[in-house]
Each structure stands twice: as C-alpha cells, then as structure tokens.
Ligand binder design. Structure first.
Ligand code: ADP
Length: 369
C-alpha cells in the first residue's frame, strides 16, 4: 500500500477560478482520510488531481515517494469510486467487476478468483449475473466498490459515494466501508460534504473551505479543539452556538452578549484565554449539549441559569432540540435538552449554560483564542 503527499498543490481552472490554493498534506499508508467541507470548497478537485483526472496547476503530488504529476491515471495504481456508480449498463455485475482486469490482460482464473472474493466480501455473490438496472442503489454502490477492490490498488479514492442512497442505507454503507478499510488495510481518501460521515469514518479529517485547508486533525480533536469558527460550526450537529459579545471586568471577567442578551462570569480556568480580550469584542461558542434544563439535568452539571425565549421545540424522542433567543437581537440558538423537559413556544424557559465547555473566537480573524 502507499502514502500520498501533496506539496503546495494548486488548481486553477480555465477562466481563472482557483479551486484549490497551495495545499500541503501527508496521508500515511493504510490511513482513512476524509476530505470534508461545503459544496464548492475544492474537495472533488483535490481528489481528481490525486486520481490524475485533473491536471495539477502548481505543486507536487507523490504516491509512495514517486512524483505523479504527469503520470496518466491508469498508471497511478489507484481506484476511484464515484457517486453515480459509473457502471456499464449493458454488462453484468461480474463483467463490470472484471472489466478493468481484462483490460490489463489478467489471466481468466485470476480475474475469476478476484471477482468472487470481492463479491463475497461485499455480499453480492448472488447478483453476479444481473445487470445494474436490476439492482437497488445500495447494491449498485457495492458493485462499484467491488470493481475497485478487484484491482487491489495502492490507494482507494471515494467521491461522495453514499450521496445517492437513502438515509438508512447510508448509515449501513458507512459501517461497511469502514469495515472494508480495516479488512483491506488500504490507504483510502474519501470525499464528502457530510460532517457525520467525516466524524464517523475518518481517522483523519481534512476540513476545507473556499479552496483552503482549515484544519487537519482526528475527528475528536476537531470537535473538541476547533482551530477557528468555521471548523467549530461545521463539525457537530446541531451546530455550535455563537454568541457575539464583549469581555468586561466585574469582580471577575464577564462575558456580555450584544443586544442585552446573556451575561455570564467566565470560569476561572478559562480566564487566561480571554484576559487579552478585555474590553474587546469576542465570540463565545457553546455546543448545544452544554446547555441544560436545570429541572431535569443531573445536579452534577455545573452551570449558570438564564431565562431564554423559546422559539421552536423539536422533540427527537430521546431528547429535545430547543431553539431559543436571548435578547433583543433575536438571534436564534439551539440547546439539546432531556426528553422529559416541557418547554413551550413563546414562553420563557430557564436554561443552564455550562461555560466550562466554552470556546472563544476573535471576531476579526475568527481564530480560536
Ligand atoms: P467540491 O467538491 O468541494 O464541491 P469542487 O472541487 O467540485 O468542489 O469545485 C471547487 C471550485 O472549482 C468550485 O468553485 C467550482 O465551481 C470550481 N470548478 C469545479 N470544476 C470546474 C471546472 N471544470 N471548470 C471551472 N471551475 C470548476
């Protein structure tokens, strides 16, 4: 298998669109890396440059220590799985999976062995004689994955492979692909716009925005220590709440939200991080799970209560998403509270803010403080 390295890789499309700015990244052998970010951030372009389907405008791409910039796709020893499966409609499942090996003049017995092995791994042995149109979306996607497996490539590339599947099947295929990664011990690079896929599948996440890498870290590190406001807001669902305010000096340091919203004492342990911002604007980030209903939350959960205005109540069964506002600015925030709580729309409701889970950001640079 192989490691993949990008050094200052840049993509400028015809017409001058810069899709990827000087991107440097090292992907280790056998690693599962997810490129994630909103639509148009340059994920697919990056993947296609690695595959050789897009020319690299500047910079260098190595696979296993060999410069690949000018190597044709078929000689890069990679296999790509696409969102739309890209199966040949007139060929059977078996023929679709065998096709790439036939082109490479593999002996018939070896092709047969590999196709049957891949079919067994993916649980599609009974469909080998069917045409793709006689398969469900999930089965087609398995065939597309099977076609990649039989090649035994150095690197697997996945471009939003689950986007066309319904929600339940997506969850199932997610775990299947993760299991496949463990079984094949291959280097895999996976593109998605879905932060849940990134969190659950990636050993490492490369978070992108506007053609720039924002953060490269393990899923939990990005979740717990986002480097900037974008990373904090993109990873996690529902998203982190951002309160715009100012740091003031009371008996200790105080966060005062703009528009007469929340006003909280900063916990002592966090003071060193916000002290340089005394008298200045700041953004306080708090994840929805750091807000509680004091009447149902366990006593151990420390926090400061505040009366908020309930805007929307979404019962999820096991918990409630409570959308609320705090002040005149009517900015909407969200809390995840226990299913036993009984908030009503339009009525005030007391919420506990556990500031020990706070993040702080500079409003200008949006960097974490
Ligand atoms: P993502 O995969 O993150 O949705 P893409 O890599 O597809 O993003 O696109 C990144 C940017 O490059 C977008 O602004 C997109 O419009 C632009 N782009 C993609 N393909 C082309 C192309 N063939 N020609 C010109 N611009 C393109």
């Amino acid at each position: 298998m192989a490691n993949v390295r990008l050094e200052n890789v840049k993509k400028v499309y015809e017409g001058g669109v810069v899709a990827v700015h000087e991107m440097s990244l090292e992907i280790q052998d056998k690693e599962f890396v997810v490129l994630v970010g909103p639509s148009g951030c340059g994920k697919s372009t990056t993947l296609r440059m690695i595959a050789g389907l897009e020319e690299i405008s500047e910079g260098t791409l190595w696979i296993d220590g060999v410069v690949m910039n000018d190597t044709p796709p078929k000689d890069r020893d990679i296999a790509m799985v696409f969102q739309n499966y890209a199966l040949y409609p007139h060929m059977s499942v078996y023929e679709n999976m065998a096709f790439g090996l036939k082109l490479r003049k593999f002996p018939k017995e070896e092709i047969d062995r590999r196709v049957r092995e891949a079919a067994s791994i993916l649980g599609i042995e009974e469909y080998l004689d069917r045409k793709p149109k006689a398969l469900s979306g999930g089965q087609r996607q398995r065939v597309a994955v099977g076609r990649a497996i039989v090649r035994k490539p150095k690197v697997f590339l996945f471009d939003e492979p689950l986007s066309n599947l319904d929600a339940k099947l997506r969850v199932q295929m997610r775990t299947e692909i993760s299991r496949l990664h463990r079984r094949l011990e291959a280097t895999m690079i996976y593109v998605t716009h879905d932060q849940t896929e990134a969190m659950t599948m990636g050993q490492m996440i490369v978070l992108m925005k506007d053609g720039y890498v924002q953060q490269v870290d393990s899923p939990l590190t990005i979740y717990n220590k986002p480097k900037n406001k974008f990373a904090a807001g993109f990873i996690g669902s529902p998203s982190m709440n951002f309160f715009e305010g100012i740091i003031e000096k009371g008996r200790s340091l105080v966060f005062q939200e703009k528009g007469g919203g929340v006003r909280f004492t900063i916990p002592r342990t966090l003071e060193p991080r916000v002290r340089p911002s005394l008298g200045k604007d700041i953004i306080l980030g708090l994840r929805p799970e750091h807000l509680y209903d004091p009447s149902t939350a366990p006593r151990t959960k420390a926090g400061t209560p505040w009366k908020v205005q309930v805007e929307v109540v979404e019962p999820m069964g096991n918990e409630i998403y409570l959308y609320f506002s705090t002040g005149k600015n009517k900015q909407q925030y969200v809390a995840r509270i226990g299913a036993q709580s009984t908030p009503s729309v339009g009525k005030p409701f007391e919420l506990m803010f556990d500031l020990s889970g706070s993040h702080f950001f500079d409003p200008e640079t949006e960097r974490a403080l």
